[in-house]
Design a binder for this molecule. Structure first.
Ligand SMILES: Cc1cc2nc3c(=O)[nH]c(=O)nc-3n(C[C@H](O)[C@H](O)[C@H](O)COP(=O)(O)O)c2cc1C
Length: 235
């Protein structure tokens, strides 16, 4: 398929590593203009700071600020990461929600080891946010709301195969998609039994702000009994 973009098409030989690296070296990074960040003015808790940064990201049109990386480790300790959509947040308690199929590898990881990390990177602001803490599964009502709030196609996708299981070929996907489409049309309120809304409650949080002069700033928060401590880290 011709994407109309410069660079190798899928059926062309890929560029060699050196050429790719040379282009990478020339690619702009943390170019700015970047927003300022004064850690001395930061709120006592990370949730309100997250809200402040997200608000600005939305205002300034930072691409896809709702996309975040979820990192997990299962019973064997092997790490895995993938990107997901932020589906809900409670900034007063510094808690973040995401949804997935509980039968997926991440679902198995979280069942065996219900702790995870979330990472956001907002390139045009030069900002990274990291949160880590225990993960819980939310109840039926939260799951229903999350699922039924989606469009028809997204809901149909939820009734196809087991996420991340091997697919025999495109036909299997097509047939499952058609069957799922019929099911969603017939039963619009139905929620897949394995659709799951997870909530990560941060115990630690870190805000990283790039500086064009490379005096990057890092502010870390740690949850104490009923509040937070905070301090700067070497970048
Ligand atoms: C932009 C983007 C958003 C995604 N959002 C979700 C999501 O909200 N939930 C989800 O389960 N997978 C989402 N995915 C797919 C995951 O990245 C991943 O491929 C899938 O969840 C299987 O992960 P696992 O095999 O580690 O369990 C998204 C992928 C992309 C590229």
């Amino acid at each position: 398929m011709d994407s109309g973009r410069a660079g190798a098409a899928d059926d062309e030989a890929p560029a060699d590593d050196e050429a790719l690296l040379a282009r990478l070296r020339g690619a702009p990074v943390l170019a700015g203009p970047l927003p300022g960040f004064d850690p001395g003015e930061a709120p006592e808790a990370p949730g309100p700071l997250f809200a402040r940064w997200l608000d600005l990201a939305l205002t300034d049109g930072v691409p896809e600020p709702q996309i975040m990386t979820l990192s997990t480790a299962g019973a064997d300790g092997a790490p895995a990461a993938r990107v997901l959509v932020l589906r809900g947040l409670d900034t007063a308690d510094c808690a973040f929600r995401f949804a997935s199929d509980s039968r997926s590898p991440k679902g198995h990881d979280l069942a065996a080891n219900p702790r995870a990390a979330l990472t956001w990177y907002w390139p045009t602001h030069g900002r990274q946010i990291r949160m880590a803490g225990p993960v819980t599964v939310l109840g039926e009502e939260a799951t229903r709301q999350d699922f039924t709030g989606r469009g028809k196609t997204a809901r149909a996708a939820g009734f196809t195969g087991v996420m991340s299981a091997p697919l025999t070929g495109p036909e299997e996907y097509e047939q499952a998609g058609e069957a799922a489409g019929r099911l969603v049309a017939a039963e619009p309120g139905r929620v897949p039994a394995t659709h799951t809304v997870y909530q990560l409650r941060a115990m630690e949080a870190e805000f990283w702000q790039a500086d064009p002069a490379r005096f990057h700033l890092r502010l870390r928060y740690d949850r104490t009994g009923d509040g937070w401590t905070r301090g700067l880290l070497w970048p």
